[in-house]
Ligand binder design. Structure first.
Ligand SMILES: C[S@@+](CC[C@H](N)C(=O)[O-])C[C@H]1O[C@@H](n2cnc3c(N)ncnc32)[C@H](O)[C@@H]1O
Length: 185
């Protein structure tokens, strides 16, 4: 499987206006808070990159008692995140071995990263372990199997074949999440 070292592009990552504009108020987090009244919430942005999601949600959820966390494999992506957000627990680690207690998080956001994980089964085991019972794991990504005519694949057909190797399709994602006793929406 092809791997990408995001440290090589960390300085350019935030130049993509589409990525920045598409991040909206996280209604799923709002719903979780609404349905689970607690004095404090623990929220993890898994593979947080340069902190784009964290920066926006911290502003949107100002006034809620949330402890924000970000984890990423790349030092340079994390150092970009560190310039953007304050009072966030940023950690450099691999998803397959996260330095957190079991059942720590109420809500785990995971944006555009799952296809990068070389051991996806172990990543899901870890995600399940650190998620509180009844918590939410929100995986957000492109569904590349549904978009063979995407312009990127039109110009770079080899990218399509590389992506087929690293993206799980919806059926596999559904099966693997269900196997771990997660209710899939
Ligand atoms: C496309 S970027 C997405 C960043 C951010 N979530 C966003 O939406 O802008 C993918 C991120 O996954 C991280 N990543 C890749 N493999 C990882 C792993 N095994 N454990 C943790 N993070 C990883 C990369 O360092 C990179 O920051």
């Amino acid at each position: 499987m092809k791997t990408t070292d995001y440290s090589n592009i960390a300085d350019k990552y935030d130049n993509n206006p589409y990525r920045i504009r598409e991040i909206r108020f996280d209604n799923d987090l709002k719903e979780y808070i609404h349905n689970n009244k607690k004095s404090k919430y623990q929220v993890l942005d898994l593979s947080c990159g340069t902190g784009l999601y964290l920066e926006k949600q911290i502003n949107y959820f100002n006034g809620h008692n949330i402890r924000w966390h970000g984890l990423d494999l790349s030092d340079k992506m994390l150092s970009r995140a560190n310039q953007k957000v304050k009072n966030v627990n940023l950690v450099r680690a691999d998803v397959v071995n996260m330095p957190y207690d079991s059942g720590k998080f109420d809500f785990i956001a995971n944006n555009y990263a799952f296809h990068h994980y070389s051991d996806k089964a172990q990543a899901l085991n870890e995600i399940y372990r650190v998620l509180i019972k009844g918590g939410v794991y929100k995986m957000h990504n492109i569904a590349m199997h549904d978009m063979p005519k995407w312009w990127v694949y039109h110009y770079f057909p080899s990218a399509y074949y590389e992506d087929v190797k690293r993206y799980w399709n919806n059926d596999v994602i559904f099966k693997e999440l269900t196997l771990r006793d997660l209710e899939v929406k």
